[in-house]
Design a protein around this ligand. Structure first.
Ligand SMILES: [Zn+2]
Length: 81
């Protein structure tokens, strides 16, 4: 997945690297396993199980399974400016 339109209308793209869209989200268990690996090069750090994108406009969080968005989280109203 490299490009999608957020529900707010913003176009999200991870084509340019680095970008402010993709977040690297690991559980504590996954992080423990990574810490146990003998990693010399940061590029050897395994990718997270799922891609997680954050919209810079509305701050919605989109969680992917493969190329498909399976969950979208939106800020609760009291937190929206
Ligand atoms: Zn958005």
């Amino acid at each position: 997945m490299a490009r999608m339109t957020c529900k707010c209308g913003e176009t999200l793209s991870t084509v340019s690297v680095p970008n402010e869209i993709e977040l690297y989200v690991y559980t504590d268990f996954e992080m423990d396993k990574i810490n146990e690996m003998d990693i010399q090069d940061p590029f050897d750090i395994p990718d997270p199980k799922r891609e997680v994108w954050r919209c810079p406009t509305c701050e919605r969080i989109h969680v992917f399974e493969g190329n498909k968005v399976v969950k979208t989280y939106i800020l609760e109203k009291e937190n929206v400016n």
